[in-house]
Design a protein around this ligand. Structure first.
Ligand code: HEM
Length: 421
């Protein structure tokens, strides 16, 4: 342990675009260490796999940051849209966590997820049609045209957000999730206010005429099982958790495959390898590089390092997933890697509720994209690609991904057997 803590987050573009060397260096120095966040707040960062897994599963490390603020004014305060929208499952401990997660889980049972596949495939296919319309050799932005609107459309379906309302909601979320240093800029405040007002209207509409969507299910449970504040907070959290993460997985995954042509060819030769490949792409590209903030309610020892009570803890999933003690040759992308689960979807009671949906969306997204465009290629200098998101802590996705799709397999007219040479 050094006396002068290093700064964690708010990295220069070079580190933000490729943080893994930085993580490895810090992990080798000390897998659990005291740091200072970019905004000056002190915290502890957990970098080793075993310590990370333990931290995510230890009930003495709480997710209730609002309660923590009362014990230590130095923990990170709420971001937008403020405490009114912070009573969701990812911000509370049991028993509230158990209650809120159980209610939302109704929409995530395996048959409900499987039933979404045709809708996901239709969304993916329509987006590809739109991008193809500009021509096979034109440059298109795969983030704007595919990776982002696909999961956003799916979460819209799940929540019963009318298709006509999705574009403006989409724009607001993009502004809100871009991130900023210090006080939020006016456009972020405006976007946040827009989202808050929209979700309140949506809930009012579903109270009047309920459907089979998740908002209607939660509205039916309002008062008895959850408060209006918890309902609105849960909707907000589902939209945030449900789209940017998956968009980043698709974008980061495409770049990783283009960087590793041998792995891409193996996948093209056998698309049945996609389910395993997707978990490897999550491990390797870290769409969620750190879990959300936690706080110790009493002293906790991780990997021999004692973290005092009421201290903020940040678990680095991106670092833990490259720990050589857990994953042999961790910096190698291996779509057939068979060495068990990684921490990309978290661990313990807050393990990603949407993981089965995210895996399905990613599988369909890659099947459709690579199935139609096996010759997809980058249309920009690889070094010019930039990863975004404020301090670079919780989300890691590309700002844009210029590609040339190449001819669509749909355009190949099969030659009738009789006239083959
Ligand atoms: C590649 C895509 C995704 C990744 C990498 C991802 C990752 C994560 C991680 C790491 C956590 C735990 C955070 C923590 O412990 O601090 C989490 C929680 C959560 N995720 Fe995801 N997620 C993805 C997609 C989704 C989708 C599509 C949904 C829903 C539509 C979703 C809904 C949730 C929810 C509700 C939680 C909170 C669970 C709880 O607190 O019990 N996620 N996710």
């Amino acid at each position: 342990m050094t006396d002068t803590p290093t700064t964690w987050g708010g990295w220069a573009p070079a580190i933000r675009d490729d943080p893994f060397g930085h993580f490895a260096e810090a992990r080798a120095r000390c897998p659990v260490q005291r740091v200072r966040l970019a905004d000056g707040h002190p915290a502890w960062v957990v970098l080793g796999y075993d310590a990370a897994r333990h931290a995510l599963n230890d009930p003495r490390i709480s997710k209730d940051m609002l309660a923590a603020l009362q014990d230590n004014g130095d923990v990170v305060a709420e971001g937008l849209p403020g405490p009114e929208f912070s009573r969701h499952m990812l911000n509370v401990d049991p028993p509230d966590h158990t209650r809120l997660r159980r209610l939302v889980s109704r929409a995530f049972v395996p048959p409900a997820i499987a039933a979404l596949e045709p809708a996901i495939r239709a969304i993916a296919s329509n987006l590809l049609d739109e991008m193809e319309a500009v021509g096979p050799h034109a440059t298109v932005d795969l983030i704007e045209g595919y990776a982002y609107p696909l999961p956003f459309g799916v979460i819209g379906e799940l929540l019963g957000i009318p298709a006509a309302d999705r574009p403006r909601l989409h724009t607001w979320f993009q502004v809100l999730l871009t991130g900023w240093a210090g006080d939020p800029p006016p456009e972020a405040v405006e976007a946040s206010d827009g989202i808050v007002a929209y979700l309140a209207e949506l809930v009012a509409a579903k109270r009047q005429s309920p459907g089979s969507d998740l908002v209607s299910v939660l509205v039916a449970a309002e008062d008895d099982a959850l408060t209006t504040q918890e309902l609105l907070s849960s909707l907000f959290q589902l939209v945030v958790a449900g789209h940017d993460t998956t968009a980043s997985l698709i974008g980061n995954g495409v770049v990783a495959l283009l960087d590793h042509p041998g792995q891409l060819q193996a996948l093209l030769a056998d698309p049945g390898r996609l389910p395993v490949a997707i978990d490897e792409l999550i491990r390797f590209t870290a769409p969620v590089p750190h879990a959300t903030f936690r706080v110790t309610t009493e002293p906790v020892t991780l990997d021999g390092v004692e973290i005092p009570a009421h201290e903020q803890v940040l678990v680095s999933l991106g670092s833990a997933n490259r720990d050589p003690g857990r994953f042999p040759a961790p910096d190698v992308l291996d779509i057939g890697r068979g060495d068990g689960p990684n921490l990309g979807f978290g661990h313990g009671i807050h393990y990603c509720l949407g993981a089965p949906l995210a895996r399905l969306e990613a599988r369909v997204a890659f099947e459709e994209l690579l199935g139609r465009h096996p010759g997809l290629r980058l249309a920009a200098d690889r070094d010019a690609l930039a990863w975004a998101h404020g301090d670079g802590l919780v989300l890691r996705g590309l700002v844009s991904l210029p590609v040339v799709l190449g001819p669509s397999r749909r355009e190949y007219v099969p030659v009738p057997a009789g006239i083959r040479g």
